[in-house]
Design a protein around this ligand. Structure first.
Ligand code: AMP
Length: 176
């Protein structure tokens, strides 16, 4: 995306070196959240990029995907579904695992959260390797639903995470 609104939003992302560990440049979205104009602009850009695509639910990935996903769901006039780390959701769940640099992690969704015929937008604050988003896409499929698009505030382009999500469309507001 490229317009004045995007430049404004870029200025609301704070770089924190060596967090949560040495060598990671953490992209801190809290200044964007704290600025109501920035937050609204970000959600507006996401909605515009979806371009009237039919959507029946927004799926947000724990935890920063909840903030952007819930606001986008409200904007689109559809419900919000949380995807959480293992053991957090109270009812019956599906589970998908993904690889980390060392070991693996997993995400879960309520089995009855989505069903056949649902067309879903998956939202997170940032895509790095794409592993978390790919696993979330698998959860949506396990429910019998379909991912219409993946939406991220930030794309760390050098890591090429969006390649893992092809051929599903990927919308990113800010590329770094
Ligand atoms: P990945 O599965 O590698 O695409 O990682 C994406 C998840 O990790 C997202 O939920 C991000 O919030 C978080 N994440 C990964 N790298 C960063 C980073 N450099 N700054 C902030 N969050 C990150």
């Amino acid at each position: 995306m490229s317009d004045d609104r995007v430049s404004f939003l870029r200025g609301c992302i704070r770089d924190i070196p060596d967090f949560p560990k040495q060598g990671i440049l953490f992209k801190d979205i809290t200044p964007l959240l704290a600025d109501v104009d920035a937050f609204r602009t970000c959600i507006q850009l996401m909605a515009e990029a979806l371009d009237g695509e039919p959507v029946s639910a927004v799926v947000g990935i724990e935890s920063r995907g909840f903030m952007f996903g819930a606001a986008l769901a409200d904007k689109l006039g559809v419900g919000f579904v949380p995807v959480r780390k293992p053991g957090k959701l109270p009812a019956a769940t599906y589970r998908a695992e993904y690889e980390l640099e060392y070991g693996s992690d997993a995400v879960e969704i309520h089995q009855d959260a989505l069903g056949p015929g649902d067309r879903v937008v998956v939202v997170d604050d940032l895509i790095a390797t794409g592993g978390t988003a790919q696993a979330t896409g698998e959860l949506v499929q396990q429910c019998g639903a379909q991912v219409t698009a993946f939406v991220f505030v930030i794309n760390l382009i050098a890591l090429e995470g969006t390649k893992k999500l092809a051929p599903t469309p990927v919308i990113t507001v800010l590329d770094f």
